[in-house]
Design a binder for this molecule. Structure first.
Ligand SMILES: Cc1cc2nc3c(=O)[nH]c(=O)nc-3n(C[C@H](O)[C@H](O)[C@H](O)COP(=O)(O)OP(=O)(O)OC[C@H]3O[C@@H](n4cnc5c(N)ncnc54)[C@H](O)[C@@H]3O)c2cc1C
Length: 196
């Protein structure tokens, strides 16, 4: 919960680089506890805090206590917009890192990880060579890997945009996927090294 209420409602992104309608993430009532759900771009609630009380009713402590202690005006809503990966990350003595270079949807939990990998890679290269060369080497080392997670995150987000009517069936199907298969997928992401 942030300290100010955003009155902004989802709108179509005006940027020509937008690749798909904006979307917003928050827990939905029929979602599993602890996960992020994607809501259609035009979703709006008259009472955001009331929605959260309902949506998170089954969540473990201390979620209910936190919500009870939250003022209605303290709920902040931030819609999330898609933007394609920057065509180039470098301009003269400036280079982009993290979301500025390759924003991605949060569904894989990789945006922050990739930003850290950018920083670590850049620091390593800057210690070894002239900044102009280091910037070029940085982009060439990072671009492909970051783009992979941009695409995978987009896919994971899109899967969540299934119609409400199909959600229970989708969850049943997902529950049937053996845990070791899910773990294998996630560990392939988590264990891939950025410094190959
Ligand atoms: C709901 C959600 C869940 C997520 N979950 C995960 C997760 O589990 N794991 C994960 O790895 N990632 C996750 N992410 C993604 C992660 O938060 C971002 O990818 C990460 O914060 C990007 O870091 P950054 O430093 O590039 O950008 P930011 O964290 O956005 O930092 C940019 C900073 O620049 C400041 N700034 C902006 N404009 C100016 C200006 N003009 N002057 C000065 N300062 C300015 C901003 O205030 C901000 O502090 C999630 C994102 C969301 C939305």
């Amino acid at each position: 919960m942030a300290s100010s209420r955003s009155t902004t409602r989802p709108q179509r992104a005006s940027s020509p680089t937008s690749t798909s309608p904006p979307w917003c993430g928050c827990p939905a009532a029929n979602n599993k506890p602890g996960s992020i759900s994607t809501l259609p771009a035009d979703t709006a609630f008259d009472d955001d805090l009331g929605h959260l009380h309902g949506a998170l009713a089954d969540w473990p402590a201390p979620v209910a206590a936190l919500l009870a202690a939250t003022e209605r005006d303290a709920v902040s809503r931030h819609d999330i917009y898609d933007r394609t990966i920057a065509r180039t990350w470098i301009s003269g003595a400036v280079t982009l890192v993290g979301d500025a270079a390759h924003p991605m949807r949060p569904h894989l939990g990789q945006g922050g990880c990739q930003a850290l990998e950018d920083a670590a890679t850049l620091a390593q290269l800057l210690a070894q060579q002239h900044p102009v060369d280091a910037f070029a080497a940085y982009e060439s080392a990072r671009r492909r890997r970051a783009l992979r997670y941009v695409r995978l995150s987009a896919l994971a987000g899109r899967v969540q945009l299934i119609p409400d009517a199909l959600r229970p069936m989708a969850y049943r199907l997902f529950a049937g996927v053996p845990e070791r298969m899910v773990a294998r997928q996630l560990s392939a992401i988590a264990s891939a090294t950025a410094f190959g």
